[in-house]
Design a protein. Structure first.
Length: 92
């Protein structure tokens, strides 16, 4: 529900892009790890609906100077490892 609400709010406020790395989903299996948006959603398909709904854009430090990106490895099971990206406002 929050995701849909955030999408509507972005549209109402005139934002046409959402930074993909800023959306994380809670793991319901008790690991307390957050799952990156791209692991659950077909972003390319979502973006075909632009400009009706905001599109997802990747973080670019040259464009998004007010944000900072951090990365970490997340391991699921014995063999599955992916890079989790997290975008926050730059405190400086």
């Amino acid at each position: 529900q929050r995701f849909v609400g955030m999408s509507f709010l972005a549209t109402q406020e005139g934002y046409d892009e959402i930074i993909e790395e800023s959306i994380l989903w809670k793991d319901t299996y008790g690991t307390n790890e957050m799952i990156p948006h791209y692991m659950l959603w077909d972003i390319v398909h979502w973006n075909t609906f632009y400009p009706t709904i905001p599109r997802f854009a990747s973080f670019d430090s040259k464009v998004h100077t007010d944000l900072v990106l951090s990365t970490s490895e997340v391991k699921y099971g014995e063999d599955t490892v992916f890079i989790k990206k997290d975008v926050r406002f730059n405190p400086n």
